[in-house]
Ligand binder design. Structure first.
Ligand code: CMC
Length: 430
């Protein structure tokens, strides 16, 4: 293939460089197009726009491939754990035992939050959504760590990243405890990362609480599967906010809020709500799918479809298997799982979904597992937040160290009024 693309426009001819990724992805570099040809490109939702060069995560949506730093997600799910995957994403290779131990110690050391942070929670209404609280409190961490404001100070920023990975589970658990009026539980640093989170969520000072190792392992798997997903809405938000050189806590807080949306990290909550509605209406899912296919209703099959995966989402395959294992081991019979399986089967055989290449995504089964673990539905996107943190951090760090980074500032095609005169109020038609 030629190394330039040629664009003919308004009688002019322009050569545009071609960029190639390590997996042979090809991009046309249009960064000088406006300067040279006076035109911009248009791509609402950025579905066809590369915003950066990245060496973190590779997805081949046509083949259902997801790799962190080159390692297939299936291998990581089978053999690794969340903190090791976090290290891999942040430091670009697998850690040695010493490196992993040191990292784990750092994360463990930072799990407590400043006592004054806990006072914020009292100001939030009892029914405040945990994502609203988590986003707000993560942003407020900037007020506690003024040393971490200078984004070019690598050592300070590394400490800030460890603080975030350590403290966000504590903040998330506090947001839950606040909503049910229970005292906050201190982290117990002899527990591993996922077990500690379950302890802070479900233990009370009044009773002994044993973390079930299967549930801790499953929670760890869910976090690992969510750890990065290249330039998705929240990662792009973190990069965009960070491109202004705003501090890391502000950038990550923005990422939390972006993730909250029902089309992104809020989808796992939306899936459970959808399955619950189907169950309550006595439908086996078929009537609901008719509604989905009728565009007038605006109803979507939540947990289905993906901007990038047009074959299958490998995370959904892993989670579906884990879902059956957990429910079987806990001897739980969740009718929502039966509805989900039935919906999946019918949808995958239906022309509407086949034509549009819509498959179950990571959220289709994760909610059912989280429910089995006992996580309340409004906490689902918060779990996704904890999982996605290493990815946001890796993306942010790559952006900060990339010499090509500029403040993110898209253009627009203006379609409003052309110039017109200011009319004083007394002259305006009534
Ligand atoms: N149910 C019904 N129709 C759908 C769905 C769905 N879940 N998803 C896409 N479509 C249709 C859509 O109506 C459109 O049809 P047409 O071509 O006739 O207009 C076509 O498929 C293409 O959809 P799109 O909205 O252009 O696709 P997108 O790439 O912009 O959207 C998506 C991707 C994930 C936002 C979308 O598939 C969706 O809304 N899914 C449901 C929400 C969900 O599960 N989100 C979690 C995503 S995975 C976790 C994450 O990364 O955050």
């Amino acid at each position: 293939m030629s190394e330039t693309a040629v664009l003919h426009i308004d009688g002019g001819t322009f050569e545009l460089p071609i960029l190639r990724g390590s997996e042979n992805e090809v991009a046309v570099d249009i960064s000088k197009l406006r300067q040279e040809a006076g035109v911009i490109t248009m791509d609402p939702g950025y579905g066809n726009t590369g915003s950066c060069r990245s060496a973190i995560t590779f997805i081949d949506g046509e083949r259902g491939v997801l790799r962190y730093r080159g390692i297939p997600i299936e291998q990581l799910a089978e053999r690794s754990n969340f903190l090791e995957a976090a290290w891999l994403l942040m430091y670009s290779r697998l850690p040695t035992r010493e490196e992993l131990d040191e990292f784990t110690t750092h994360i463990t050391y930072h799990t407590m939050v400043h006592e004054d942070v806990k006072r914020f929670f009292a100001g939030f209404p009892k029914d405040a959504h945990p994502m609203a609280i988590t986003g707000a409190v993560v942003g407020a961490l900037a007020t506690f760590y003024p040393d971490s404001m200078e984004v070019s100070n690598d050592r300070e920023m590394e400490i800030a990243t460890h603080r975030l990975i350590a403290k966000v589970p504590t903040i998330a658990a506090c947001s839950y405890k606040h909503s049910i009026g229970q005292p906050f539980m201190h982290p117990i640093n002899r527990l591993d990362y996922a077990a500690n989170f379950l302890h802070m969520m479900f233990a009370t000072p009044a009773e002994d609480y044993e973390v079930d190792p299967l549930l801790a392992r499953t929670m760890d798997l869910i976090l690992l599967l969510h750890a990065d997903h290249e330039q998705n809405c929240s990662a792009s938000t973190v990069r965009m906010v960070g491109s202004s050189r705003a501090n890391l806590f502000s950038a990550v807080s923005a990422g939390v809020h972006a993730l909250w949306g029902p089309l992104h990290g809020g989808a796992n909550q939306a899936v459970i709500e959808m399955l619950g509605q189907i169950r309550d209406s006595g439908d086996d899912g078929k009537a609901f799918l008719q509604k989905v296919k009728d565009k007038q209703t605006g109803v979507r099959l939540m947990g289905f479809g993906h901007r990038v995966y047009k074959n299958f989402d490998p995370r959904a395959t892993i989670l579906k298997k884990a879902c059956f294992e957990v429910l079987e081991r806990l001897k739980l019979d969740n009718p929502l799982l039966d509805i989900a399986v039935q919906l999946e089967e019918v949808a995958l055989a239906d022309e509407y979904f086949i034509e549009r290449k819509l498959y179950p995504n990571v959220d289709f089964y994760s909610g059912i597992i989280l429910q089995a673990i006992g996580v309340p539905v409004p906490m689902f996107p918060t779990l996704f937040t904890i999982g996605r943190l290493p990815g946001w951090i890796a993306q942010w760090s790559e952006m900060i160290h990339d010499p090509d980074t500029k403040i993110a500032r898209p253009r627009q095609v203006y379609v409003g009024e052309t110039e017109r005169r200011y009319v004083p109020i007394e002259e305006r038609p009534g």
